[in-house]
Every structure is written in C-alpha cells, then in structure tokens.
Design a protein around this ligand. Structure first.
Ligand code: SF4
Length: 91
C-alpha cells in the first residue's frame, strides 16, 4: 500500500534499520510480522497523533510541498476564492 509521508528523522532512522520493534504491543495488523517489520506502524502513528514527531511521522497529500505556513481555514478559502475570481476574469 503506497502512502506519502513527510520525511523526518524518524523515517531516516527507519531507513537505516534503527527502528526495529522489540515486541508487538497490540497485534493490530494480521499480516504484520514483528520480527521483520522495519518499525511498529501502530506506535509510530500513535506517537505522531500525540505530537511526538521524533518517534513517528505524518502522511500528507500530494500538495503538501506547497504549504509554507499554517493558515486558518477562512484564510485558505479567501485565497481559493481570490484565485478562482482571478481565473474567471481572465477567461
Ligand atoms: S504494527 Fe506494531 S502493534 Fe501492530 S501488529 Fe505490527 S508490531 Fe504489532
């Protein structure tokens, strides 16, 4: 199953083979083989959920690279509307 994740130190450590799980705490995925897993995805996602990004990671959509700041939803919609109106007037 492909997924897009934001690269961080945790994923770099996974790539280097440094995050092998020592045990399986939840048996949450039938096909997960703890002896061969590069990391425990359950713990990684739970850590990310708790904000502990040095012990987890986040998935993102294909437009994540466009984000350079955190916006309020109302600000985002104002930008989208302005872009839409600009496009309409150029037609
Ligand atoms: S993701 Fe973690 S908790 Fe879930 S089955 Fe694999 S090792 Fe166990």
């Amino acid at each position: 199953m492909p997924g897009r994740a934001i690269r961080n130190g945790f994923l770099d450590a996974v790539k280097e083979g440094l995050k092998k799980p020592k045990a399986c705490p939840f048996n949450c995925i039938k096909t997960c083989d703890v002896t061969n897993s590069p990391y425990c995805i359950m713990l990684a996602l739970y850590n990310a959920y708790k904000g502990r990004m040095d012990h987890g990671y986040a998935f993102a959509g294909s437009n994540a690279w466009r984000c350079d700041k955190i916006l309020k939803v109302s600000e985002l919609f104002d930008e989208l509307k302005a872009g839409y109106n600009t496009k309409l007037t150029s037609l």
